[in-house]
Design a protein around this ligand. Structure first.
Ligand SMILES: [Zn+2]
Length: 228
């Protein structure tokens, strides 16, 4: 089944089914210099959970969306931020009066790292040392990965905030930039997830199933509300 994405100039995105409070994304999905297979992981998680998704449709060499605004990427960044707002409005979690979101929201940003960093079966989660999420949600994710990741990929190594702590821009969705972007406040939690080449290429369905589990667990742990 082809996903009916909303196609823009720099990205394509989908609202999902309007239930799970979060989205998955692949901001470096397009060659040259693509994080190969991250778009496939995004689509698998979206199809199994009904969450929202964002996939870049231009190369990071032309417009890098995982960065602060600069001369080359401004139009793309504004489009990307607008898509996030559109998703939060669709979920009925955006409060336009205070310009914050009113329910816990999970953003999982998938990227690719080389096998040489931690071996062929590894993943690094970046949070800018806890700046892009709450301590509670970071602790929760560390515990859930320690418990669950090896069920999906037995030899996997998972590290947090060591070599790849995430681009500074991942914290903007929570804290804003202090200038042109207000951010969404303390309910917004972003993780930059660097996945080794071998996992992306050979274990795409396993890693997708792991993150589908994480999204649904986040919902039942933090977004528990009978209206959802
Ligand atoms: Zn990347």
């Amino acid at each position: 089944m082809t996903v009916p994405y909303i196609q823009l100039k720099y990205i394509k995105y989908h609202h999902g089914k309007g239930f799970l409070c979060g989205h998955v994304e692949a901001l470096h999905a397009m060659p040259p210099k693509a994080d190969l297979f991250t778009d496939i992981i995004v689509e698998e998680v979206m199809k199994s959970t009904g969450c929202a998704s964002i996939i870049s449709t231009v190369s990071r060499k032309e417009c890098d969306l995982n960065r602060s605004v600069n001369r080359d990427n401004e139009e793309g960044i504004l489009e990307y931020r607008k898509a996030i707002q559109d998703i939060t409005v669709y979920l009925h979690v955006y409060d336009s009066s205070c310009q914050e979101i009113i329910k816990p929201y999970l953003q999982l940003s998938f990227h690719g790292m080389k096998n040489e960093h931690y071996g062929p079966l590894a993943m690094e989660i970046g949070t800018r040392n806890g700046h892009s999420c709450s301590l509670e949600v970071k602790d929760w994710l560390e515990k859930i990965l320690a418990r669950k990741a090896k069920e999906f990929i037995p030899e996997i190594t998972v590290v947090f905030d060591q070599k790849f702590i995430g681009d500074p821009s991942i914290a903007f969705h929570r804290h804003g930039t202090g200038k042109e972007y207000a951010g969404y406040g303390p309910n917004f939690h972003t993780f930059q997830i660097e996945i080794s080449r071998t996992i992306r290429q050979k274990y795409a369905s396993e890693i997708s199933a792991l993150f589908a589990y994480i999204l649904t667990s986040f919902q039942s742990t933090f977004v528990t509300d009978t209206n959802y």
